[in-house]
Write a new protein. Structure first.
Length: 254
């Protein structure tokens, strides 16, 4: 990958399209970002130079927002996708660091080079792609990296184990999307197909770089299952601070 050939305007256009297609699935995505920021800002309010790590940062939508909101923070984004990281590096603030890494692989957290303890780890719509055993490893690694009182803040689809309530949450999510007017936005697959067809991107990335990872519906873990695994990983308090349909912001306190 050679992102030197990718101009900022092209990258910004693709990130804007990324944000729109993500809203197709999460109509209240911007509000969810704000809630994640509320939690991180509160936890880091008395820390001079907090360390915040974004797990599965993609093209940097959340890292950019957190960096603007907490300008004294050292924000590090980690992702395995070279194309999305390329977009993030081309458009993101210089003070945000992006690292290519594979969550759950031994040593991934140490490879970020953050030094001491983290104050917060965040993630949005990324951890549901990890299989349960690997997710448990990530939760344990994050717990080990956080300072006491630090938090893991996860904004993601978390499901109810009760079938009727699970269906109702999905119905609420879908009706909210209709009211927000996001159902006509391009979907995940269409976005990746269009990206692979863009000659500007083809000059900056290899076909392998532009091969999307992730398929299916993820691990389908329930909210209770996430809570149980987080407690087993060493977090002392775990709970939901925001919910819209089946979309949650789950906070775990070290």
């Amino acid at each position: 990958m050679d992102v030197r050939e990718l101009d900022r305007e092209t990258a910004a256009t693709w990130i804007e399209r990324w944000d729109r297609q993500q809203e197709r699935y999460i109509a209240d995505r911007e509000e969810r970002f704000q809630v994640v920021g509320d939690v991180v800002e509160h936890v880091c309010r008395s820390v001079a130079e907090p360390v915040v790590v974004d797990l599965g940062c993609g093209p940097g939508s959340l890292t950019t927002r957190l960096s603007a909101r907490i300008p004294t923070a050292r924000v590090v984004g980690v992702d395995t996708d070279p194309f999305l990281l390329g977009l993030a590096r081309t458009t993101g603030p210089e003070r945000v660091e992006y690292v290519r890494g594979d969550l759950g692989v031994p040593g991934w957290s140490e490879s970020l080079g953050t030094g001491g303890a983290w104050d917060a780890a965040v993630s949005t719509t990324a951890l549901h792609w990890l299989d349960p055993d690997r997710l448990a490893t990530v939760y344990a690694d994050v717990a080990a990296a956080l300072r006491p009182g630090g938090v893991l803040v996860n904004g993601d689809h978390l499901y109810d184990e009760q079938p009727a309530l699970r269906d109702l949450a999905a119905a609420v999510r879908d009706r909210r999307a209709e009211r927000a007017g996001v159902t006509a936005h391009e979907d995940w697959g269409s976005w990746w197909t269009a990206a692979r067809a863009d000659p500007e991107l083809a000059r900056a990335f290899t076909p392998a770089d532009l091969a999307a990872e992730g398929s299916g519906r993820g691990n389908q873990l329930s909210r209770r299952q996430h809570v149980d695994v987080l407690r087993q990983a060493g977090f002392r308090e775990v709970g939901v601070v925001w919910q819209s349909g089946d979309d949650h912001v789950l906070v775990a306190v070290r």
